[in-house]
Ligand binder design. Structure first.
Ligand code: 6PG
Length: 494
């Protein structure tokens, strides 16, 4: 039977016993459905285009008490009103197809949630289109991978206030818990949830790049084995760098390849993939005028690594004579730890800047402190350090830049000398450390009381009469470069 050819759901007398539904039962969807079913008060309706997956999930998890369906109409009929369904299928056309099928069988007041990694502008479009039918559409970022979906993710829903009334308690029942609070909040309206998830992923890229640069520098500088470096990361994970990514890095570095007996890290091909969310972050931050240097360098580093044809012919490009020599290993390793921590603060600060700029651009009201709080658990960037960001925004919600929060100023006071030594050592010995170095330049750019942007303005005025302002008086000016080089007041329409 065609999933949408059946009569409208409200004509079907099937018992509506489920309070939440999941469409799309690949690993993430199945795990989310199991998580929902494991929580008191939830009965979960499930549907998958190929029914085998539905049957498999019911058969392997009878304890879940799922309400399976073989059509969208049956699925809708199994849901109590306001019907609420979470879509867990691939972003793009597959998601659009499921939305269309649900709109055909849902009614005004019902709620459709897209739990995939959709581009937030797609979500804004979809929310507007679905809202016209009276049905609520919610784009919800769900972070934490397959394990998070099962045990407790961090959830970033957008959507209407009306949808949150029903959705809030359900999502709070399955979210991770950090410091006694569920890692979910109503981020804001329409596409805000997927926007924040996008920024989460951008920060994730930066975090992963920074950790990888730290590993690379220690390996080059000390000759330690991956297992020995894993011990260093495990030690770091007991301090201010405590985080999921540091924790799993130690596990990856300890892993031995069964085929060769070598450290797995030495067998993995050094060409990084990307599903694209980091690229979206940089594209949108650029459009919003927000420097996200650490995130951008992380994206560029993945791209560079994935051009073997260029790397192959570049191996003999001139490089430094000296290799990285480290007279005091312990001191060098501490410098790398400090550089990692300082660069991480920059990456998160830039990410939160992008969220604030996005909220202004798209007319969302986003509580940055609440975002920091829901990232403390469940998500890929979960870290003890997010408590400090939450504290900073609680103390000063409108601070212009996170870096100037007292806690981070103190951290930079401890870290900046080591950070500079590491960036210098990397440059001097020809070891690429783009995220460390760009983060340091961003930091120094913010600190500088005179930037060479003045010369850029002069150049722009010279060739394009684009005008400039002066430090010592108000107004807009232009120099008659091709004339007597006198300065005139100019309008700023250039
Ligand atoms: C998460 C992750 C996840 C992401 C994968 C792949 O929050 O659970 O960020 O959503 O899609 O990690 O990301 P890349 O392929 O872009 O590295």
């Amino acid at each position: 039977m065609s999933e949408t050819a059946a009569p409208h759901a409200s004509d079907i007398q099937a018992g509506a016993r489920a309070n939440i539904g999941v469409v799309g039962l690949a690993v993430m969807g199945s795990n989310l459905a199991r998580n929902l079913a494991s929580r008191e008060g939830n009965t979960v309706a499930i549907f998958n285009r190929s029914h085998e997956k539905t049957e498999h999930l019911v058969a392997t998890h009878p304890e879940a008490g799922f309400a399976p369906s073989t059509s969208y109409a049956e699925f809708a009929a199994s849901l109590q009103r306001p019907r609420t369904a979470i879509i867990m299928v691939k972003a793009g056309a597959p998601t659009d197809a499921v939305i269309d099928s649900l709109v055909a069988v849902f009614e005004p007041g019902d709620i459709i949630v897209d739990g995939g990694n959709a581009l937030f502008t797609d979500t804004i479009r979809r929310e507007r289109a679905v809202r016209a039918t009276g049905i609520n559409f919610v784009g919800a970022g769900i972070s934490g991978g397959e394990e998070g979906a099962l045990l407790g993710p961090s959830i970033m829903p957008g959507g209407s206030d009306e949808s949150w009334v029903t959705l809030g308690p359900i999502l709070r029942s399955i979210a991770a818990v950090a410091e006694g609070e569920p890692c979910v909040t109503h981020v804001g309206h329409d596409g805000s949830g997927h926007f924040v998830k996008m920024i989460h992923n951008g920060i994730e890229y930066a975090d992963m790049q920074l950790i990888s640069e730290a590993y690379d520098l220690i390996r080059h500088g000390t000759g330690k084995t991956p297992a020995q470096i894993a011990d260093i990361f495990s030690e770091w994970n007991r301090g201010e760098l405590e985080s999921y990514l540091i924790e799993i890095t130690a596990e990856v570095l300890r892993q031995i390849d069964a085929r060769t007996g070598a450290p797995l890290i030495d067998v993995i091909l050094d060409e990084a993939g990307s599903k694209g969310t980091g690229v979206w972050t940089v594209q949108n931050a650029l459009a919003l005028g927000v420097p996200v240097s650490g995130i951008a360098e992380a994206v560029f580093a993945r791209s560079l690594s994935s051009h073997p044809e260029q790397r192959l012919v570049s191996g003999n490009l001139p490089g430094p004579q000296q290799t990285l020599t480290v007279p005091d290993e312990a001191a060098f390793i501490e410098d790398v730890r400090l550089a990692l921590y300082a660069s991480k603060i920059v990456a998160y600060s830039q990410g939160f800047d992008a969220i604030r700029a996005g909220a202004m651009e798209y007319n969302w009201t986003i509580d940055l402190g609440a975002i920091a709080k829901i990232w403390r658990g469940g998500c890929i960037i979960r870290a003890q350090f997010l408590n400090r960001i939450a504290d900073a925004y609680a103390a000063e919600p409108d601070m212009p830049v996170l870096l100037t929060a007292p806690y981070f100023v103190e951290a930079f006071g401890r870290a900046q000398a080591g950070w500079r030594r590491v960036a210098s050592a990397a440059a001097g010995s020809g070891i690429p450390a783009p995220a460390f170095s760009s983060s340091l330049s961003y930091y120094d750019g913010l600190r500088a009381d005179h930037l060479p942007a003045a010369l850029v303005q002069g150049q722009r005025d010279f060739f394009g009469a684009h005008t400039y302002r002066r430090r010592d008086m108000a107004g807009t000016f232009h120099t008659l470069w091709s004339g007597d080089r006198s300065e005139i007041e100019a309008d700023d329409t250039h």
